[in-house]
Design a protein around this ligand. Structure first.
Ligand code: THU
Length: 136
C-alpha cells in the first residue's frame, strides 16, 4: 500500500470540510480516514435543527467507510475551521476505538489552515479504554 503522507490526509480532511452542514454552530469539520487497503474515506459534520442530533465528521467518516466495506483504519485526519487543531470529541474517540487497530490508530489534528499539526494516537486520547475485546 502506498501510504499517503500526513499532509495529504490533512488536505483531504480540509477539502471534505467544505461539504460540512453546520448552520447552527458554524463550526465546520472535515475528516479523512485512511483504511488498511489504502483508501481515503472523507466526511464532514452534519447538524440538525434538533441540535443534539449533530453528527461529527469523524463518526460520519467511520460510518461511510464501514458501509463501503472497510473496518480497518490506520489513520484519521481531522480539520476544523478554527485557528487551533481540533481533536475528536469523546463520543468519536469511543467509536474509533471499536475497530481492529484500536488504540494504535494515528490521529492527525489540524486547524483551518497552516502547518500546525497535532499528531497523536487514539490510545493517548482515550487512555484505559473500553473496547470490543472486553465482551469476548
Ligand atoms: N464536531 C466535529 O465534527 N468533530 C469534532 O471533533 C468536534 C465537533 C462538530 C459537531 C458539531 O457539528 C460542531 O462540530 C460543533 O460542536
Amino acid at each position: 500500500m502506498n501510504r499517503p503522507a500526513a499532509a495529504e490526509l490533512v488536505a483531504a480532511a480540509r477539502a471534505a470540510r467544505e461539504r460540512a452542514y453546520a448552520p447552527y454552530s458554524g463550526f465546520r469539520v472535515g475528516a479523512a480516514l485512511l483504511t488498511a487497503q489504502g483508501d481515503v474515506v472523507t466526511a464532514a459534520n452534519v447538524e440538525n435543527a434538533s441540535y443534539g442530533l449533530a453528527i461529527c465528521a469523524e463518526r460520519s467518516a467511520v460510518v461511510a467507510a464501514v458501509a463501503a466495506g472497510s473496518r480497518r483504519f490506520l489513520s484519521i485526519a481531522v480539520a476544523g475551521n478554527g485557528p487551533d487543531p481540533v481533536t475528536p470529541c469523546g463520543a468519536c474517540r469511543q467509536v474509533l476505538r471499536e475497530f481492529p487497530e484500536g488504540v494504535d490508530l494515528e490521529v492527525l489534528c489540524a486547524g483551518e489552515t497552516g502547518d500546525e499539526l497535532v499528531t497523536t494516537t487514539l490510545g493517548a486520547l482515550l487512555p484505559d479504554s473500553f473496547g470490543p475485546e472486553a465482551l469476548r
